[in-house]
Design a protein around this ligand. Structure first.
Ligand code: MG
Ligand code: MG
Ligand code: MG
Length: 303
């Protein structure tokens, strides 16, 4: 039976492209595998798939206990498909912190602190001496540009940059221009409600006993958020989080505008700014490396 390869729920470009590319590599190595997605493809990944004329992976929403799977771009049950606890996980390829998965059998785990799962997958092509075709190079590169924000995110490593350079030649892509076009297409907020935007990429955390929600939206269309600032604040304040932070991240300016529910002093403490709605925090673009640890510290210090 074919091995199912999938990334996390609410799949981003890395989850889609690493599934497809790793599946291609496995097939080349004689392993029967099928790329899957745990949810609808978002616009940014759709841009990459259309550009390189690759079919979207099939969407699945449950597993059978006898399924064999490879998990990419995540390693936490909470972010994954129902039934993963009982499936046979053969392999994990990821670039996040350990997320507490368990296994009954030995498995391959490759987790590296790089900017993108596709950087690891690209290196697996090299290690296995499998040629990367044009369209797979394009998908790998799209994911690397996406996860590293064109190498501007603090999660970016030298390995990501090297992979980007090499893949851009195979994919015949001007990285700067392609990334801008992809981000523009992917971050258009047309037709989305205030609530949709807050929850588009939303995670909940517990910090010193407080329930904290952090939403992040990458856009090159800041005006369409600030035109509705009051509407956002009404909605954010109507939620029952102790603190809610919406980071509207401007990829070009390399920082985030912050709308929030919570104490001004916590926000000021977290980001070293004078707290005000819509304040721009220079250099803050990563939830994992900046928003979460900064807020965790500031909330802890305020208790
Ligand atoms: Mg991801
Ligand atoms: Mg990723
Ligand atoms: Mg991501």
């Amino acid at each position: 039976m074919s091995i199912l390869v999938f990334g996390h729920k609410s799949p981003d470009t890395d989850s889609i492209c690493s599934s497809i590319s790793l599946t291609y590599l496995k097939n080349k190595l004689g392993v029967e595998a099928t790329a899957c997605a745990l949810g609808e493809i978002r616009k940014e990944a759709e841009y990459a798939l259309n550009y390189f004329k690759v079919d979207a992976p099939k969407i699945i929403d449950s597993l059978n206990p006898d399924d064999s799977v490879i998990v990419v771009d995540h390693n936490e049950y909470a972010q994954s498909i129902d039934g993963l606890e009982d499936a046979n996980v053969l392999e994990i390829i990821d670039h996040h912190k350990l997320g507490g998965m368990k296994s009954n059998l030995p498995l391959s785990v490759r987790i590296m602190p790089v900017g993108c799962t596709c950087t690891i997958v690209y290196n697996m092509f090299k290690e296995n001496k499998v040629e990367v075709p044009y369209e797979i190079a394009g998908l790998l590169l799209s994911a690397i540009l996406s996860d590293t924000l064109l190498f501007k995110s603090p999660t970016t490593t030298e390995l990501d940059k090297i992979a980007g350079e090499e893949l851009s030649k195979i994919a015949k892509i001007d990285m700067e221009k392609y990334a801008m076009d992809m981000f523009k297409y992917g971050t258009s907020l047309d037709g989305l409600s205030v609530e949709d935007i807050v929850h588009m990429d939303f995670k909940e955390f517990e910090m010193s006993g407080k329930r904290v929600g952090i939403g992040q939206v990458f856009t090159m269309d800041i005006d369409s958020v600030f035109g509705k600032k009051d509407e956002f604040l009404v909605y954010i304040n109507s939620t029952d989080y102790d603190m809610l932070v919406l980071a509207v991240t401007d990829i070009i300016k390399e920082g985030s505008y912050i709308l929030y529910k919570g104490e001004d002093s916590v926000l000021s403490g977290a980001f070293g700014v004078d707290a005000s709605q819509g304040v721009f925090v220079d250099g803050v673009v990563s939830r994992k490396k900046q928003l979460v640890p900064n807020l965790t510290d500031a909330i802890s210090a305020s208790n």
